[in-house]
Design a protein around this ligand. Sequence first.
Ligand code: SAH
Length: 257
Amino acid sequence: MHKLFFKKKFDQHFLKDHNIAKKIVNHLSFKNYNTVVEVGPGLGILTQYLLINPCNHIFLIEIDEELISFLKKNFSISKNRIIHRDFLKWNPEEMKLKNFAIIGNFPYNISSQILFHILKYNQYIPECIGMFQKEVAKRITSHKGKKTYGILSVLVQTFYDVKYLFTVKEKVFFPTPNVQSAVISLKRKNETVYCNKNMLFQCVKVAFNQRRKKLKNSLQLFNHISNFNRIPFLDKRAEELSVKEFLQLTKEIEIRK
Ligand code: SAH
């Protein structure tokens, strides 16, 4: 059956192992939300465990039309909650969704974009449990001073507390991917993060694009702002700055604009 559905262009790797599916769903806390949006449900292995959990509303967002028909036929979820859409073009505001968790065994070819999309709507998303390729999961959960520390680590950890949950071997998928996978959790920070998101994104990206340079050189883009030289951390390199320090740096640049 999996063979019938498999489409390479959508980076489909269907999970076969029900224990792992159960384990992923069980990591949802169901705290302070009653809606879960599943991204890329595929043949619904996670969906079936979502359905036996205590959330009131489940929405599925799947790009593959053939899988949409399969899901509508096989799952007792109202048809207008099985949405045929590219997640990257999905806007929760259109559906008036204001507080929901995200779950998914994500398509790996767009994992960074998925994360950026979640960050765009973070005010509505208190929690996310997701499977990524292991290398990306490591980058998201990395800390300063590590080789894997970079743009994804800083941007995701500014808004979410992240946790590497467990590694998943290639052989539990069909077709078998070339890389190992890992499940991570994102829980939105309790305190509200006040910062200009655009500025933060720009600053982190520019800094890590030349990660070995001192910030005063890599951030030359911001040279025109007043008192540039008095901004803290300029003698450090991107990889030496903690998530909090990046936030502070962004605020310092912002107030001098
Ligand atoms: N969750 C399923 C399938 C994982 S494979 C399982 O664990 O078995 C990734 C899934 O994401 C596929 O169903 C694929 O069709 C879907 N997908 C790929 N790109 C997508 C996109 N841009 N938006 C929504 N779904 C997408």
